[in-house]
Design a protein around this ligand. Sequence first.
Ligand code: FES
Ligand code: FES
Length: 155
Amino acid sequence: MKKIKIEIDGNVRELQVPDSELLIETLRERFGLLGTKYSCLEGDCGVCTVLVGTKNVLSCLILTADCDGEKITTIEGLATAGQPHPLQRSFIEKGAIQCGFCTPGMILAAKSLLDKQPHPSDVEIARALDGNLCRCTGYVKIIDAVREAAGKIDK
Ligand code: FES
Ligand code: FES
């Protein structure tokens, strides 16, 4: 067991975690943050993506014990003051969501990109999202949504 202090979506949490507990387990099972999806649990699909600091990570591959002192952002923490993040708005407006299973991970991977590169090319967007699989949209509308959000965030 390890005692850690982490910030999740702006809330500071102190907890004892088994050395083997995965971040996805902590988020979903301890805190009910079910927007972080799980599927392959092998690092192949990206649906479990969250931000640790500004970096997108696969929460099925990272131990919670190794997140001591970190700030974690899940899809539930992205809206501010009750307003959707521009990426959330653009995904809706551009029709980049169908079943929605990939959407939280896609949006958080896109946020990590835009935090580093506010003016990405379509190639850079595609590259940044290439670890996030979508079975429904064909990706074109997702790239449109990220491009549109980048333009709005910049203004
Ligand atoms: S559930 Fe984590 S990458 Fe698939
Ligand atoms: S919208 Fe269904 S998997 Fe992407």
